[in-house]
Write a protein that binds this ligand. Structure first.
Ligand code: FER
Length: 169
């Protein structure tokens, strides 16, 4: 991936990164208002989601914000600085996701009803806030609206296959 300045160069971006707390996340910026992602390790490792609607803006040259609210009630705000292989994320988890993370560990698209029932049934407050810097260790532009990038559940060894080029999209 070359140096990125504008939003059109950021869209289609595929990033894998490690937060300072050790959690591994994978983000595909599908188009100007949509992401697909996989969570490989951490509190909700194994969770994956396609076609999440988000807000994406360029803040200044080479710096981009992606923010959204999940069907679980979890809110996320990420600032990507891809040219420096860096991001900062804040995740605002409802109390229930922190207490029952396993409910959200699934291919969420098939369980939207379960997420909506759970967010009503369990407690929201106080929220569990996770603010972390992350290091991007894989980045590639896969083109926009590429349905192959995030098309299967995360598994042990998948990141290594993507990084080595054994798994391409
Ligand atoms: C990220 C941080 C949080 C991310 C996704 C989430 C793909 C989603 C969290 C959740 O819904 O549990 O960097 O990128």
């Amino acid at each position: 991936m070359d140096i990125i300045k504008d939003l059109d160069e950021f869209l289609g971006g595929h990033f894998i990164y490690t937060y300072a707390n050790g959690w591994n996340y994978e983000m595909y910026v599908k188009n100007e208002d949509t992401i697909d992602y996989r969570i490989h390790t951490g509190m909700v490792g194994g969770r994956w989601v396609r076609n999440q609607k988000v807000h994406i803006v360029k803040l200044v040259d080479g710096v981009f914000k992606i923010a959204w609210t999940e069907p679980t009630g979890t809110d996320v705000s990420l600032d990507f600085i891809p040219n420096e292989n860096k991001l900062h994320g804040i995740i605002f988890f409802p109390k229930w996701v922190h207490e029952h993370p396993e409910i959200t560990v699934c291919y969420q698209n098939d369980f939207i009803g379960v997420m909506e029932e759970s967010r009503l049934k369990y407690e929201t407050y106080p929220k569990y806030v996770v603010p972390e810097f992350g290091k991007i260790f894989f980045k590639k532009n896969e083109g926009q609206n590429n349905e192959k990038v995030i098309s299967e559940a995360p598994y042990e060894g998948m990141i290594e296959k993507i990084v080595s080029g054994e798994l391409t999209f």
